[in-house]
Structure formats: C-alpha cells, structure tokens
Design a protein around this ligand. Structure first.
Ligand code: ATP
Ligand code: MG
Length: 559
C-alpha cells in the first residue's frame, strides 16, 4: 500500500495531474506529450483558451511537450485563413513560438494503411447500406442493432472495394468502410461505426488528392499515436467515444497507445461562444467582425486589451474538473484588473468634457507637473503633465445643485485638481438649454501638490486635462452584448441583444503623453477604468480606445 502524501503540492493537483502522476509512477509512460487539436473551421474562443493552457501547462509542468495539430479531416468548412488566425492566437496566449506545426492531413496515407490493416485482420468491412437502412440496422438505446448484410464479405473483396473507393470508382455516399465491433453493444458508438466515407471534397492542403476521408473517431486516435501523444485530453462529450478510441489503437496493435482523458468545458455566464451565433452577428453587422471587442474569441479579447497573463490566471481560478459549471464573466474582469493594476500607467483622460477656466491663472502660461505613473509601482517612473489656465474636466464632476455627500465641484466648493492645485468654483455658464458649457474657478497657488501644503483639506479630488495640449480621441465603453435580464436566447433561439452594448464617445480629451499610444497599448484612465488602443480603428489623427474593464467590481474570488 502506498503512502498518500499530505503535502499541499499533491493536494492541489487537479484530477488530470493525479492520473498522469500515476501513469508515470507505474511506468506506463516515461514522459508527457499532449496536444491541442483545433479544427480550422473558425476563430478560437475563450473555451479553446482553456484547452490550450491546460495542454501546454501540463507539458511544461512535466517537462514534456505539446503539439499544435490541425484536425483537418473534414475539409468542407476548413480554411487556410483560420489556420493562420489559430496559430497567432495560440502563440499569443501561450507566449511560445510554435516552430513545428502538425496537420492531421499529413497522415492521410497512414490512416488509409491503418484501415487496410483492420480489413486484413477481419476488423473492418465495406458496407453499402443506405443511410436510412444504416439507421434502421443501428437499433436504439434500448434495442440492439442488426448486423449489416455486407458484414461478412471476404477480406479480399473488402480490400478490393476499399481500394476502388480510394480510386474514385464509386459516387459520394454510396459506400463506407465500417469497423466490425458489436451491433449489440450498449454503447451506440461501438455498433460497427463508420470509419471511412467516399466524399469528393477539396481539401485546403491536399487538394483533390483524396476522395475518401476518415471519420473523426478513427482518425483522432491515430493522429495522437503517430505523434507519440501520451495523454489525449478532450472535453466530456467524448467520454462515450473512449471505448472506440481504445479499440482502434488496440486493433491496430499500437504499442504504448495514448490515453484519452475528458474534462468539463468552460462555460461563461451570458456569453456567446457558438460559432453559428457569432457568424450571424458578423453577417448581420451587429458586430464588426470575429474580433469585435464585445465577443470572447481570443482575437476579440486581445483587441479589447486582455493580456495572456490575465487569461492564464483566470484559467487557474476556474480549475479543471469533471463536472459542468458556469463561470461568471466578472471573474474574468477581476483577473484583468488584477493583472493591469501594477503594470500600467495611470493617466488622465476626460471622456465627457466641460471647459474649466482658472480666472486667476496667467494667460498663455503652461507649467509642467511631475506625476508618478503608478503610485504602487515606482518602476514605471514618472512623466510631465502640462497644466494651464484652461482645462477639461468630466461633466459628472460638476453639479449646480449637489446632493448631500457630493464632494466634487459645485458653486462655492473647493476641490483638488489631481496632481495640481486646489480650485474653487466661482461661477458657471450655461447655453440656452440650460446645459453647463463652462466653469470658472480660482486657484490657490499655495496648494500645489507635492509642496507640503497643509493649510486646509478638501474632500474631493477630480481629474482634468490641459485644454491647449490635450489630444482628442474616441473612447468606446462596452456592456455585455447579451441582455442579461432576459438571458442569452429567446424562445426562438435568437440572441437577446442588449441595445446599449457599445457607447461611442467622440469628444474625449487625453493628456498629451497618450498621443503616441499604439495598437494594443493599454493604460488606466484614473477613476474610469482600463483602456486599450483599438487595433483596427485607431489612427494617428484620431486615437480610438476601448474600455477593457471599469475599476470597480463587487467580485471577489473564493479561492
Ligand atoms: P466550438 O464548436 O465551440 O468552436 P469545437 O469543440 O468544435 O468548439 P475544436 O476546434 O474541435 O472546436 O476544439 C479544439 C479543442 O478545444 C478540443 O480539444 C475541444 O475539446 C476544446 N474545446 C472546445 N471548446 C471548449 C470549451 N468551451 N472549454 C474547454 N475546451 C474546449
Ligand atoms: Mg469542432
């Protein structure tokens, strides 16, 4: 009996790691090789990120390796465009350059040979039942199926027919190759499943070389085995396919075959991940592409300003399990906030401007204030921020008739301008509709921030931007694209859209240090959240920032 260690490292291991440990201990494998096998039929989303990080993480932990392999055995929906985007996303999220990339289509010849091997063993046969007959013969969950009348063909006949299938002698759908297993198996997947079909499909890599294609359940274990994968990790819906996975490799007499392990998919509350739905949102022009910042494709998360580190931490928090659970989007927001908190400079930006004029500040004078970039991380250094007579402040930082406990600017009140001076509101100007257009203040030169002034205290501090040096920008604020009150889908299966999922603010003013910001650069805008330069729409003339996340949250992780 083995001693069960109580050290915390062992306890915190997930169930997959525990299985791997056991395999290594028992000498079943002497190394760990995993793989991430996307089908190149769309963009990767956050669920795939979980699989990528799980597989690459295990390889790293055990000093093994992991393969990026395109599972391109079903050419109808696959495209080279997707291959490119997937490689980019995988490299971004893992931070690893993939020098060798694997393609299932490179193994078509070997898969064909494997099928021939099964035929020779009497374990596969060519079947000519129509799809309807096939369904009929298959039986149900409660009734066994019936053997196909073609099941007892001779090996020679099967070999000849299969070779002719490959040579294009038979029309699409007229014949299939089936594994000979057990039509009475309680597991429907074991009832003589189809392993090859005739289909004239153009393949994005092999062209028209093939008119027979292997089925997923036959191809996948072979792909894993060829690459020497030890642990083939997939999601729970493949649990019932595992006996077939094992059957294929056993009947092929594969030495030291890989082992399939299933885990629960990642689901996020009120978030759309299905390709079908995203495709429709793109086609209906509700979003501006697969990377619209409101989506959770990896490309969208990157465009929104998420970092690989934040996604890795998120996956750590989610953990790996065998049972389905839905994760709150707020947890993802928590992770990006935590990641950026110490890494990014805290800048001033005014999103809904009102002009503020300091009437006793010399006209035409600009002074440069020293401002620390991040008070919690000195390593980020400091910058110069211009200050002058005319500033912009945010509209919500001024009220004509403030409610109780409003400590920002109102007639007669004194506040601190962040990093600068105290100002007192003397008067305000409105247009004909009563909207405030300008605020006039006086400042106290004695109150300059950092000069040790202790004369008096003020309760409010507001941010600002100097008007003549400010850089104009567009800022987009996001809400969930789904109406959370109603839930993701209506009765007809359409998405309940939130009409306010994006708010575009065209007249924002940024401090000049932000003028050189490039695509994917991100910052904290003090009091407003974290923002990232949009990679698609931002130009040197008109910067466009997306809000990644606001600063406040009620979310606290339980672990
Ligand atoms: P979708 O239909 O949502 O795009 P898929 O399963 O068809 O997903 P594949 O390209 O076949 O996409 O998946 C590649 C890998 O990613 C598979 O190993 C699959 O199990 C895994 N995967 C897909 N969705 C999730 C998810 N939500 N959580 C964890 N892993 C996932
Ligand atoms: Mg798929």
């Amino acid at each position: 009996m083995e001693h069960v260690s109580e050290n915390s490292e062992v306890v915190s291991k997930n169930f997959i790691e525990q299985m791997i440990d056991q395999d290594l201990e028992e000498g079943i494998y002497d190394k760990v090789i995993t793989r991430f096998p996307p089908e190149p039929n769309g963009y990767l989303h956050i669920g795939h990120a979980k699989s990528i990080l799980l597989n690459s993480g295990l390889a790293k932990k055990y000093g093994g390796k992991w393969n990026l392999r395109f599972d391109d055995t079903n050419p109808t929906k696959e495209k080279t465009e997707f291959v490119q985007s997937i490689i980019e996303d995988v490299e971004w999220i893992t931070g690893e350059k993939k020098t060798e990339i694997f393609y299932a289509s490179d193994y078509f010849e070997k898969m064909y040979e494997a099928a021939v091997y099964l035929i020779k063993k009497g374990k596969a046969f060519v079947c000519e039942l129509t799809p309807e007959q096939m369904r009929e013969y298959r039986g149900t969950l409660t009734e066994p199926g019936k053997n196909s009348p073609y099941r007892d063909r001779s090996v020679e006949e099967n070999l000849q027919l299969f070779s002719e299938m490959r040579d294009g002698k038979y029309p699409d759908g007229s014949m299939v190759l089936r594994a000979k297993i057990d039509m009475a198996s309680p597991n429907m997947n074991m009832r003589d499943p189809i392993i090859y079909r005739v289909a004239r499909m153009h393949h994005h890599r092999t062209g028209d070389q093939w008119c027979v294609y292997p089925m997923y359940d036959f191809a996948h274990p072979i792909e894993d085995a060829i690459e020497g994968v030890t642990h083939s990790i997939c999601t729970l819906e493949f649990e019932d396919h595992r006996p077939l996975y094992d059957w294929v490799l056993r009947e092929l007499d594969w030495e030291n075959p890989p082992r399939q392990i299933e885990f629960a998919k990642l689901y996020l509350q009120n978030v759309i991940t299905g390709k079908r739905y995203i495709k429709k949102l793109v086609e209906d022009k509700i979003v501006d592409g697969w990377d619209d910042p409101r989506l959770v494709s990896i490309a969208a998360l990157r465009r929104r300003g998420f970092t690989p580190e934040s996604l890795r931490n998120f996956m750590e928090l989610c953990g790996v399990s065998k049972s389905h659970a839905t994760v709150d989007y707020a947890m993802l927001e928590y992770c990006i906030r935590e990641d950026l908190k110490l890494k990014r400079s805290r800048m001033m930006a005014v999103l809904d401007p009102i002009k503020l004029v300091i009437t006793n500040y010399p006209e035409g004078q600009i002074e440069y204030l020293d401002v620390v970039n991040n008070q919690e991380n000195e390593a980020l250094g400091s910058r110069k921020v211009p200050f002058g007579r005319e500033l912009y402040i945010d509209r919500e930082d001024f009220m004509i008739e403030p409610p109780k406990k409003y400590f920002r600017l109102y007639p007669g009140n004194e506040v601190r301008l962040m990093h600068a001076y105290f100002v007192t509101c003397q008067e305000y100007i409105t247009d004909e509709t009563g909207k405030v257009t300008e605020i006039h203040c006086t400042y106290d030169p004695e109150t300059k921030c950092g000069t040790g002034f202790t004369g008096r205290k003020v309760k409010g501090t507001i941010h600002w931007v100097e008007a003549t040096t400010a850089k104009q920008a567009t800022v987009r604020l996001y809400e969930n694209i789904v109406d959370e009150e109603k839930g993701v889908y209506d009765e007809e299966g359409n998405i309940n859209l939130n009409p306010n999922s994006v708010q575009v603010l065209e007249q924002c003013w940024l401090e000049p240090a932000l003028a050189d910001a490039k695509a994917y650069d991100s910052f904290q805008f003090v009091r407003q959240g974290y923002f990232c330069v949009d990679a698609k729409d931002s130009t040197e003339e008109q910067l466009v920032f997306n809000r990644i996340v606001s600063l406040k949250s009620s979310y606290k992780p339980t672990k």
